[in-house]
Ligand binder design. Structure first.
Ligand SMILES: NC(=O)c1ccc[n+]([C@@H]2O[C@H](COP(=O)([O-])OP(=O)(O)OC[C@H]3O[C@@H](n4cnc5c(N)ncnc54)[C@H](O)[C@@H]3O)[C@@H](O)[C@H]2O)c1
Length: 245
């Protein structure tokens, strides 16, 4: 198993890609801390992992609340003794709201969840990874962090911030044996996109289809594993070729 003995935290793991990553990591032998603002869905993810013979705990974590993030780290260390992998996955979308239509409230909410939470949780986890001289941080970015037409003003700006923050972390903490990379998914079928995808064509995607969560999980497992030992600071598109045409 590729993540044997590793402890992984996944935020936003009650749904979509985060849920699939939590389940996929556990299948590869990781002990998974399933964190979501919605405790019932986090517990459902944990139950699916345990039913399949894996190891997981579920926690209610609002990533915008520093006390919740501190508790997440404290409980993880108390339960498993270490943190090998952090997936900063929790995120929300602005459904293509242009700048003039973006309220200050929407802007602040998108940045609080998509960007500030990632900074605060990474800062809580990094000292433990430094002490261990190893670890992997995977930030869930988006192709909206690479191009301008896959989100509204706040979402596009937030994911470009994720891309920049990932590069910063990789440049500064790589020397501590910590590899920090970002996954940039194209359009993937999840609760976030289900409604939009009913009417959206696929003809601008060279592979002519949307992505499935399992395809992102395969990349996340690789980046979390020792196989990715020379990957650092990469922003990896997984988009069927959307961003190259
Ligand atoms: N689905 C896509 O096509 C797509 C494409 C590119 C990037 N992404 C990114 O992938 C990540 C996951 O998206 P998804 O499509 O799986 O979405 P999703 O809506 O299915 O799941 C998001 C999860 O995050 C949780 N969450 C929301 N706010 C939270 C908070 N304050 N604290 C803790 N948890 C919170 C939700 O409860 C939910 O379980 C996001 O960062 C998103 O921006 C998605």
């Amino acid at each position: 198993m590729r993540l044997n003995q590793k402890t992984a935290i996944v935020t936003g793991a009650g749904s979509g890609m985060g849920q699939a990553e939590a389940i996929g990591f556990a299948k590869e032998g990781a002990q998974v801390v399933v964190a979501d603002v919605n405790l019932a869905t986090a517990e459902a993810t944990r139950d699916a992992i345990v039913a399949a013979g894996g190891e997981a705990i579920a926690l209610a974590v609002d990533v915008t609340q520093l006390a919740d993030l501190q508790n997440l780290v404290d409980v993880t260390l108390a339960t498993y003794g270490r943190i090998d992998v952090l997936v900063n996955n929790a995120g929300i979308f602005d459904y293509y709201t242009n700048s003039l239509d973006t309220s200050e409230e929407l802007w602040d909410k998108i940045f609080a969840i998509n960007v500030k939470a990632m900074f605060q949780l990474s800062n809580l986890v990094l000292p433990h990874m430094q002490a261990q001289q190893g670890g992997a941080i995977i930030n869930i970015c988006s192709i909206a962090g690479l191009v301008a037409n896959m989100g509204g003003a706040a979402y596009t700006a937030s994911k470009h911030a994720v891309a920049g923050y990932t590069k910063h972390l990789a440049a500064v903490y790589g020397k501590d044996g910590i590899k920090i990379n970002a996954i940039c998914p194209g359009t993937i079928r999840t609760a976030m996109t289900a409604e939009m995808l009913k009417t959206r064509p696929t003809d601008k995607i060279p592979l002519d289809r949307f992505g499935e969560v399992g395809e992102v999980v395969d990349l996340a497992v690789f980046l979390a594993s020792d196989e990715a030992r020379f990957m650092n600071g990469a922003l990896v598109p997984i988009d069927g070729g959307f961003t190259i045409v």
